[in-house]
Write a protein that binds this ligand. Structure first.
Ligand SMILES: *Cc1c(COP(=O)(O)O)cnc(C)c1O
Length: 393
């Protein structure tokens, strides 16, 4: 069955699972096997050489993992997809597989911390240069691309102030420069945004976040142009950063409710952001759905929903932050995001803890910023919880 005409909510349930599995199983079996047995040597040889479909060894391919890859492929409208043990495995294998000494990458200052480290520490050791621009400065990004580059690495919305990049404009500029475009779509999810349709060549996900959705599995996914996926997949076969069948199963199970969760989180995050804007004690609220957000117009154009992440600056100091976060009942004080349960953390102690105060200020991250990953709880309960916590400061 061709699922392409169906909406995302239907695709996330059915993609990769339209025909029953072995013994008529209606749910994908978890193939907890390292290896796959063949009595016929000719058939074994054909599968090993890729002349015939099949599996040889689970570091390379596995039937449960293949179902997950088909799911993300269909959800993002991609030619091909592959998977990894974590989001960082997806990002690092992609960059290491596609770049060579002498190459230049153009990216943004606000990319995920691990991605920044790759670009600034690990790739330069191998002779790959990275130029990081001010995230919202599209002119600067275009100028950097005109200076010559092989790969443009985008991420939108960004962490933690939800800056928005115009994917269509930047992908066009990258292609004029002869570069391929990789876009981290973790914050938006395929429900809210499809970077491939806007011109990106590859989309990467930390499925650890919204796709898995329950904070109980780590997973990385990559999809897009078939030739590029093939190159990265061949590299991953050797680095061994493969996804386990158990993790694939949990991610598949999480993805079936992706649209339900993300629609709810979109609505709650916008409602909470608007409510926070009217509260004393809150200096500033960052959410791309707010009309006064710097990237709102672009977000309106390229996203179907604004996402479940928001951040806000408290008036006060780190003691205020401690008191406020400590008073919340309906949030784990923890790293990560995109789960069914609300997660809260100040970037100054989580994602940006290794930076100095000055470095954070340069990125526009106030010391008293609170990042709030809205879960699927009832919005009124979350607002009541925030309200009582604000009263303590
Ligand atoms: C968490 C995250 C990653 C890294 O994913 P892991 O699964 O933790 O390795 C990459 N990009 C973004 C935007 C993330 O939020």
């Amino acid at each position: 069955m061709n699922l392409d005409k169906n909406k995302a909510g239907t695709r996330s349930v059915w993609a990769g699972e339209t025909t029953p599995f072995a013994d008529g199983s209606a749910v994908v079996p978890v193939y907890n096997t390292v290896t796959f047995a063949y009595d016929d040597l000719a058939e074994w040889t054909d599968v090993a050489l890729g002349r015939r479909d099949g599996h040889i060894y689970s570091r390379n391919t596995n039937p449960t993992v293949a179902v997950l890859e088909e799911k993300i492929r269909i959800l993002e409208g991609a030619e091909a997809a592959t998977s990894f043990a974590t989001g960082m495995a997806a990002i690092s294998n992609t960059l290491f597989a596609l770049l060579a000494p002498g190459d230049r990458v153009v990216s943004i200052n606000d990319s995920y911390g691990g991605t920044s480290r790759l670009l600034l520490e690990h790739l330069p050791r191998l002779g790959v240069d990275a130029v990081l621009c001010d995230t919202a400065d599209h002119d600067a990004l275009e100028r950097a691309m005109e200076g010559g580059c092989q790969l443009v690495y985008l991420e939108t919305p960004t962490n933690p102030t939800l800056k928005i990049l115009d994917i269509e404009r930047l992908a066009a500029a990258a292609h004029r420069a002869g570069a391929i475009v990789v876009c981290d779509n973790t914050f938006a999810t395929p429900i809210n945004q499809n970077p491939l349709a806007l011109g990106a060549d590859l989309v990467v996900h930390s499925a650890t976040k919204y796709l898995g959705g329950h904070s109980d599995v780590m997973c990385g996914l990559l999809c897009g142009r078939k030739d590029l996926i093939e190159t990265v997949f061949r590299f991953r076969e050797i680095t061994g950063a493969s996804l386990h069948a158990d993790a694939a199963y949990r991610t598949i199970r999480g993805m079936k409710t992706l649209e339900l969760r993300v629609d709810r989180q979109n609505e709650s995050a916008l409602g909470i952001a608007r409510w926070l804007g009217g509260q004393s004690g809150v200096a500033r609220v960052f959410h791309p759905g707010l009309e006064d957000h710097e990237g709102h117009a672009i977000a309106r154009r390229q996203m179907r929903g604004f996402g479940g992440m928001l951040s806000f600056e408290l008036q006060g100091d780190m003691d205020t932050v401690q008191r406020f976060t400590g008073a919340l009942h309906l949030a784990h004080r923890a790293a990560s995001l995109g789960s069914v349960g609300t997660l809260v953390g100040p970037p100054s102690v989580t994602s940006h803890v290794e930076m100095t105060r000055q470095q954070r200020a340069a990125l526009g991250i106030p010391e008293t910023l609170i990042r709030y990953s809205v879960g699927i709880e009832n919005m009124e309960d979350l607002i009541a919880d925030l309200e009582q916590a604000l009263k303590t400061i």
